[in-house]
Design a protein. Structure first.
Lengths: 268, 523
C-alpha cells in the first residue's frame, strides 16, 4: 500500500512543531510497511487531487497567513475542495484551520478569504475588542494559550493551543469534540475543531499526532480508504505514546501553583 | 513638561521614598539569601520598584559611564559576559545582572545593591552598567536605562507561548529602538535579516557584524530557519550561503534589499571541537586573531558581537582579545563540572535553533557521545513543548552511546527520539552501543523525570574519564545545578557573576575561576 501526503507550505506554515505530524504519519506507516511519499506543496505548487491522499497544513503567524492565502485560494483551492469532496483526508491546524473556513479577520482588521471547506469563520480577538497589540501583556491578553484537552469520541486528545483568532462554526457543521481544558474554537461554546468528511480542522498543536496515536491512525485509515476500501491497520506498540499522553494529561489538568507562576516570571 | 523633566522632578522630590525603597529591597535580599531561597537577584528589585516606580531610571542615570544593553534570542548571556570581561580588563567597574535575572526587576536589583543608605549609587567614576535584557522588555529597558549602546545578537523562534510570533518580537524591538537617543549606537547582526532590518531608518548610529567565511556556509536553508522572508517587501529571500538556521548571506529577489556589508567580520573560522574556535576578526581598527575558548560556531558569533560592542566602548582590540581568551562558560553554557574522575558539561537549550546547534556540536566531539536531555514545561522553559519536533535529532542516529531523558516532559522527549529513529519503542538505542567497544554503555534509554537522579545515574555508570553532556531547558538545568551546588560540585551562580573581580585583579580572573572549579570537583 502507498499513501501520498501533501504537506502544505512546509517553509511558511509549520511554526509550532507541526512538522511532527508529518514525521508521525511517515513513521507509523513505515512501521506497518506502508509506503509514504511526501509532496511539499509550497507557494506556486499545484495540488493534484487524484494523487494526494492526505493533506497537512500547520500553523503560522498572521503575516504568514497573508503570504499564503491568495495562493491557497487561487492556485490550490479548487483541487483541495475536489480532493476533500472525493474522500481525501486532511488535517489543518491553527492558522491552517482558520484559512480553511469562510474567512479570517486578522488582528489588524483585514479580512482574508478562506477555502470554505469548513462551514465556519474566524475573527481575531483583537479585531473583536479593538485592543492594540503594543506590548507583550496586551498581546497575551487576547490569546488563548495553554494546554488543550478535547473529548473526541471515546478518546481524550491532549495538546497545546496558542491563537488569537476565535472560530465560530455555522449551523449544522460538526465539531471535532468538546473542550475539557483550554479555550478551543472560541472559549465560549465549549467546542473544538471542525470535521467535514475526512477533513479535520483544529487548534491543537503539540504536535497533535505523536501523543494522540488514535487520531493519527484514524487519518491514515481515512486516507487509505479512498484507494483501498476499509483498511485494518496493524496495531503498534504505543507504550511511549500512551505514557507521554497520560503524563501530559496529568500536567494539563493539574492546578498550576500560583506562587510558581508569580515568581517564575522573574527567572525567565 | 517634557518626559525628561518629569523624570527628573519625580526623581528629586521622592528621594526619601527612594532611600526607603532601597532599604526594603536590601532587606528582601538579605532574607532571601539567609533563608536559602536563592540568590535574591530578582525579588529585591521587584519589591523596591513597587515603593518607588522611578527607581530603575534614577539609579541608571547615576551611572558615570552609562549603560549597555545586550538582547537577542540566543547568545545574550555569553555576549554580555564577554563584553563585561573586556570592560573590566579596560579598567571599567562593571555592574551587571546575573544570568536569568534579565527583566527590569533583575537590573534594578543589580543596581540597588550598589547604593548607600540614602539610596544613591555608591560606585567609582569608572562604573558602567552592562545588562542582558529579555527580548520581551527591550522597549521598557531602553526607556528606563537610556543606554549608550545596544547589541542585538539574533532573533529565533523561542517560547511561542510567551512571545507568540517572531514578527511580533521584531515589531517590539523596532518600536523599542526608536526610543534610543540619536548619539547612541546599535550593534546588529548583518547575517540575520530580521535583526539587520532593525537598522533601517534608525536615528541612532548603526554598526553591523557578520561572518565572512564560505566554508561554514551551505546553499539553501535548513528546517530550523525562522526568517525566510524579506523584512522590507515580504518576498522570498535568496540565500547565497546559510551558516545555521536563517543566518547567512542573502538578498531579496524582488526589492533588492540585501545583507549589509558589516564593519566587523570574522573569517578563517576554525572550530576545535569542544575546545573552542579561532578566527580572524576584521575591525575598523585592523585585523586580530581571536581565540574563543567556547565551542561552536554560535559562540564565534557571540564573540564577534562582543568585539563590535567593545570597540564602540573604545576598548582596544588587544585588551578584548586577551579578555575573551580567558572567558569561561556562563550558567549552563558549556559549563564544565568535574564529578570525581568523570566530567560533565552543561548546555542550556531553549529553542529549535539553539538545540539543533548544540546537537551539531555534540556530533563534532567524537564518534559517540553520552547525552542527557532535560525538558521541563514551566513558565521560564515555555509551557509549550511542541518545539522539540523542530529540533534536528535525526542527525544523532547511531551516534549516542548512552542516553537519558529527564524533566517533567521526559516522556515527550522519549517519544520524539523514537520518531527520530534513535530508540525503538522499547527504548533500545538503535545501532549505537552494541557496536561500541565501550563495555559500560547501556542498551536502554533511561527515562526518569527527576533531573538530579538521572544525572548521577548516568555519571555513575560512565567509565572513568568519560564526559557526559547535559542538554537541558531552563528550569530543569536550574534544578540540576542547584543540586550540584548543594553537593559542592559547583559555585552558586550569583557568586560566579556578582563577585567577579574588578579591573585591578583582571589578570587573576582565569586563575581564580579555575580555583573555583577545582574546589568544586573535590569529592
Amino acid at each position: 500500500m502507498k499513501l501520498v501526503l501533501g504537506y502544505l507550505y512546509p517553509s511558511v506554515m509549520s511554526q509550532y512543531g507541526d512538522r511532527g505530524n508529518v514525521l508521525t504519519i511517515v513513521q507509523r506507516c513505515a512501521w506497518r510497511g506502508i509506503d509514504v511519499e511526501v509532496d511539499s506543496l509550497e507557494i506556486g505548487d499545484r495540488v493534484n487531487p487524484d494523487r494526494v491522499d492526505l493533506l497537512l497544513m500547520g500553523g503560522g503567524a498572521d503575516s504568514h497567513q497573508r503570504l499564503v492565502y491568495e495562493d491557497l485560494l487561487n492556485v490550490k483551492g479548487d483541487a483541495i475542495r475536489k480532493g476533500i469532496a472525493e474522500g481525501a483526508a486532511a488535517f489543518a491546524v491553527c492558522a491552517g484551520y482558520q484559512l480553511w473556513g469562510h474567512f479570517y479577520k486578522t488582528a489588524g482588521g483585514d479580512e482574508l478569504r478562506g477555502l470554505g471547506v469548513f462551514d465556519a469563520h474566524t475573527i481575531h480577538r483583537a479585531a473583536q475588542t479593538g485592543i492594540r497589540l503594543d506590548t507583550i501583556e496586551l498581546a497575551g491578553s487576547v490569546r488563548a494559550v495553554g494546554n488543550l484537552v478535547v473529548q473526541w469520541g471515546p478518546y481524550v486528545l491532549v495538546g497545546f493551543e496558542n491563537h488569537g483568532g476565535r472560530t465560530y462554526l455555522h449551523d449544522g457543521s460538526s465539531s471535532l469534540g468538546s473542550v475539557l481544558r483550554g479555550g478551543g474554537n472560541n472559549s465560549e461554546d465549549g467546542r473544538e475543531g471542525c470535521v467535514v468528511g475526512n477533513a479535520i480542522g483544529t487548534y491543537m498543536h503539540g504536535p497533535a499526532f505523536p501523543k494522540n496515536p488514535a487520531l493519527a491512525d484514524h487519518l491514515i485509515r481515512a486516507a487509505l480508504s479512498r484507494r483501498y476500501g476499509t483498511v485494518d491497520l496493524v496495531p503498534l506498540d504505543d507504550g511511549n505514546e500512551d505514557t507521554a499522553h497520560d503524563r501530559a494529561l496529568e500536567q494539563a489538568t493539574a492546578r498550576p501553583k500560583w506562587w510558581w507562576r508569580r515568581l517564575s516570571d522573574g527567572v525567565g | 513638561m517634557s518626559a525628561d523633566n518629569l523624570r527628573q522632578s519625580t526623581g528629586s522630590a521622592t528621594w526619601p521614598t527612594r532611600a526607603g525603597a532601597v532599604s526594603v529591597g536590601k532587606s528582601v535580599r538579605y532574607l532571601s539569601r539567609t533563608l536559602g531561597r536563592g540568590g535574591g537577584t530578582v525579588l529585591p528589585g521587584l519589591v523596591a520598584s513597587r515603593f518607588d516606580r522611578g527607581l530603575l531610571t534614577s539609579l541608571a542615570r547615576e551611572l558615570p559611564n552609562g549603560c549597555v544593553i545586550v538582547t537577542g534570542t540566543n547568545g545574550k548571556t555569553t555576549t554580555t559576559r564577554m563584553l563585561a570581561e573586556a570592560s573590566r580588563a579596560a579598567g571599567l567597574h562593571v555592574i551587571t545582572n546575573p544570568e536569568g535575572s534579565n527583566l527590569l526587576s533583575g537590573i534594578a536589583t543589580a543596581l540597588l545593591i550598589k547604593t548607600n543608605a540614602q539610596g544613591r549609587l555608591k560606585v567609582p567614576a569608572t562604573a558602567i552598567g552592562i545588562f542582558e535584557v529579555d527580548e520581551g522588555v527591550l522597549g521598557p529597558a531602553i526607556e528606563a536605562l537610556d543606554p549608550r549602546l545596544v547589541v542585538v545578537t539574533n532573533l529565533f523562534r523561542d517560547q511561542l507561548d510567551r512571545y507568540f510570533e517572531v514578527d511580533f518580537v521584531a515589531g517590539l524591538w523596532r518600536r523599542g529602538l526608536r526610543r534610543l537617543r540619536s548619539d547612541a549606537t546599535v550593534v546588529l547582526n548583518a547575517d540575520d535579516p530580521a535583526v539587520s532590518f532593525l537598522g533601517d531608518g534608525l536615528s541612532a548610529n548603526v554598526i553591523y557584524f557578520g561572518l565572512d567565511d564560505q566554508k561554514w556556509g551551505k546553499p539553501g536553508l535548513e528546517h530550523a530557519a525562522d526568517s525566510r522572508r524579506c523584512p522590507r517587501c515580504d518576498q522570498d529571500l535568496r540565500y547565497e550561503l546559510s551558516f545555521y538556521a536563517h543566518l547567512g548571506h542573502y538578498a531579496c529577489k524582488e526589492c533588492g534589499w540585501r545583507r549589509q556589508d558589516p564593519e566587523f567580520t570574522a573569517r578563517n573560522v576554525m572550530l576545535d571541537r569542544a575546545a573552542g574556535s579561532s578566527s580572524l576578526i576584521r575591525t575598523p581598527a585592523g585585523e586580530r586573531l581571536l581565540q574563543v575558548p567556547l565551542a561552536g560556531l554560535y559562540n564565534a558569533y557571540n564573540a564577534l558581537a562582543a568585539a563590535a560592542g567593545a570597540s564602540c566602548l573604545g576598548i582596544s582590540p588587544d585588551l578584548f582579545q586577551a579578555a575573551v581568551r580567558a572567558s569561561t562558560g556562563a550558567f549552563g553554557r558549556l559549563e564544565p563540572v568535574r564529578i570525581g574522575a568523570k566530567q560533565a558539561v552543561l548546555l542550556l537549550v531553549k529553542n529549535p535553533s539553539g538545540f539543533t546547534e548544540a546537537l551539531r556540536l555534540m556530533m563534532s566531539v567524537g564518534p559517540q557521545v553520552r547525552l542527557i536531555f532535560g525538558l521541563n514545561d514551566n513558565e521560564p522553559d515555555g509551557r509549550d513543548v511542541s518545539w522539540i519536533w523542530d529540533v534536528d535529532f535525526e542527525q544523532c542516529r547511531e551516534r549516542i552511546s548512552y542516553l537519558a531523558v529527564s524533566g517533567t516532559r521526559a516522556n515527550d522527549l522519549a517519544l520524539r527520539l523514537k520518531y527520530a529513529g534513535i530508540v525503538t519503542s522499547r527504548g533500545e538505542l538503535i545501532g549505537g552501543p552494541s557496536d561500541s567497544p565501550d563495555a559500560l554503555t547501556q542498551k536502554h534509554m533511561l527515562v526518569d523525570e527527576d533531573m538530579t537522579r538521572s544525572f548521577f545515574t548516568v555519571v555513575e555508570q560512565a567509565p572513568v574519564g568519560a564526559v557526559v553532556y547535559v542538554l537541558s531547558s531552563y528550569t530543569a538545568m536550574w534544578t540540576l545545578r542547584s543540586a550540584l551546588v548543594r553537593r559542592g560540585y559547583l559555585a552558586p551562580f550569583w557568586r560566579q557573576t556578582a563577585t567577579l573581580p574588578d579591573a585591578g585583579q583582571a589578570r587573576a580572573v582565569p586563575a581564580g575561576r579555575q580555583a573555583h572549579a577545582d574546589q568544586g570537583s573535590a569529592p
